[in-house]
Design a protein around this ligand. Structure first.
Ligand SMILES: Cc1cc2nc3c(=O)[nH]c(=O)nc-3n(C[C@H](O)[C@H](O)[C@H](O)COP(=O)(O)OP(=O)(O)OC[C@H]3O[C@@H](n4cnc5c(N)ncnc54)[C@H](O)[C@@H]3O)c2cc1C
Length: 430
């Protein structure tokens, strides 16, 4: 009998638990440690922030569902992982021992790295449901008293799709409220060009996104380093290819949402050999930590190097489809270890993203994520909005049913003509 623990019950951790349960032996024990007992679908947060979704629409209480599937839920959250001792210290002071640990704790939001950034200071966030709800209050105030918007991401960010998505969603929501004509919008990003997305562009994302922004009257500043943010003004340095400031901007705003840089959560940060200097979990091609061979990492919390050099720090996004392939590889590899075999499953790590504009959207696929690629595809249209809504409904139904199958994802990939994209590769150890 082995004790398997999944740390974190977000997008990666929940499907990890379901897939691990299907692949482990009946005698093995599975425990999930999370901060709280509720799953919340992060990709819908931009809709919450303009009132198109409520918290209850995108949240699931995991207690009963996990209970029915024979998965123990510990909602206390982890204070510290002790990989040398194979145990986790929980926030209530108790400990859990494990034979295998899968870390799926997602990002800690580094608002403190820019003065005045974040919901505790002068800008809104859509990274968590609580932030999105308070951003909705700020959006209502904007509709009552319109003024300029600054939206985007700060230096070091790695999640650009939601920043673009939210700019277009705000545009749609303000047009519907008949207030768009009173709201100048500026998109601010450390990316070297619009549509870089941390992936050095995918297909035609540069032209597609630039053209969508022109059509919707959204100005932009790229290579932008946010120096500080006051209550109603953002101070931005625009740098050249060498990183030297070439222009200084003072951007007044009535409403601002800026995505922060991410880092690893404090329960794992600073553990020699487990994490990199930013607290992300170090993994090999089997999702396994090189020093602690019974520890695996999946999701936004794992370390991935940037795709190339940029004047300002621009991280690689970790999207849902990529995370699913990490989950399948990890479950397969731990199942191999349980049978006394070596891990051999390697996640494909392809980037597939549906960026919704509220009425239409842009989709892109990068396979592999680092160029040159076999698939480098992007497209736009109303179907993207429909596909995104479908993905939300399907994913939440899957979480509520406690199922690990990926029928809809396969369907979407089928629609896009690349059904086999998510298959694992099997690579024995070198
Ligand atoms: C606004 C936004 C929109 C996005 N939209 C999309 C999209 O449309 N499509 C897409 O593919 N990707 C999207 N992403 C990217 C990515 O898919 C999501 O961020 C996804 O939620 C990441 O999954 P995860 O499991 O790594 O982390 P999370 O979903 O953030 O889950 C982490 C979990 O770990 C728990 N945790 C943290 N610390 C501890 C601790 N100490 N102890 C116990 N538990 C802990 C948290 O409570 C949480 O439940 C989006 C990201 C953001 C921020």
């Amino acid at each position: 009998m082995s004790r398997i623990v999944v740390l974190g019950a977000g997008l990666g951790g929940v499907i990890m638990a379901y897939e691990m349960k299907d692949k482990m032996r009946p005698t093995d024990e599975l425990t999930v440690v999370n901060l709280g007992a509720t799953y919340s679908f992060v990709p819908s947060n931009p809709w919450v922030a303009v009132g198109w979704r409520q918290r209850k629409d995108i949240s699931v209480d995991l207690s009963d569902i996990f209970g029915k599937r024979g998965i123990t839920l510990r909602p206390e959250g982890a204070k510290r992982v002790h990989p040398e001792e194979n145990r986790i210290e929980l926030n209530d002071g108790s400990f859990i021992d494990y034979d295998y640990l899968i870390i799926a704790t997602g990002p800690e939001l580094a608002f403190d790295e820019v003065e005045g950034l974040g919901p505790g200071a002068n800008t809104q966030s859509i990274c968590q449901i609580d932030h999105a709800e308070s951003a909705k209050g700020a959006f209502d105030a904007l509709v009552k008293q319109p003024g300029p918007i600054v939206v985007g991401a700060v230096q070091g960010a790695s999640c650009f799709g939601p920043a673009y998505e939210f700019a277009f969603i705000l545009d749609t929501a303000l047009r519907r409220a008949r207030k768009r004509d009173q709201v100048p919008m500026t998109f601010v990003t450390p990316e070297p060009y619009i549509g870089h997305l941390g992936l050095d562009g995918v297909g035609d994302t540069k032209s597609l996104l630039e053209s969508a922004m022109r059509e919707r009257h959204i100005k932009w500043i790229t290579n932008a380093k946010v120096k500080k943010i006051e209550a109603d003004k953002m101070f931005v340095d625009e740098v050249d290819e060498t990183g030297t400031t070439k222009a200084e901007h003072e951007l007044p705003f009535a409403y601002s949402m800026m995505l922060p840089a991410f880092r690893g959560v404090s329960a794992v940060a600073g553990i020699e050999g487990l994490t990199n200097p930013r607290g992300f979990i170090l993994i090999d091609k089997y999702q396994r930590n090189p020093k602690f061979s019974n520890v695996f990492g999946i999701g936004v919390g794992v370390a991935i190097p940037p795709v190339g050099k940029t004047p300002l720090a621009v991280g690689v996004p970790k999207t849902g489809f990529m995370i699913e392939s990490m989950v399948t590889a990890t479950a397969t590899n731990i199942a191999s270890l349980l049978r006394g075999e070596e891990p051999s499953a390697v996640a494909t790590w392809n980037a597939v993203c549906l960026a919704d504009f509220g009425d239409e959207g842009i989709a892109f696929i990068a396979q592999p994520q680092i160029p040159p690629r076999n698939v480098n595809w992007s497209s736009s249209g109303k179907w993207v909005h429909a596909a995104k809504v479908g993905f939300e409904k399907y994913f939440l139904r899957k979480v509520r049913q406690g199922k690990a199958d990926t029928f809809y994802e396969n369907l979407v990939l089928d629609m896009l003509g690349i059904k086999k994209l998510k298959e694992l590769t099997i690579e024995p150890a070198d």
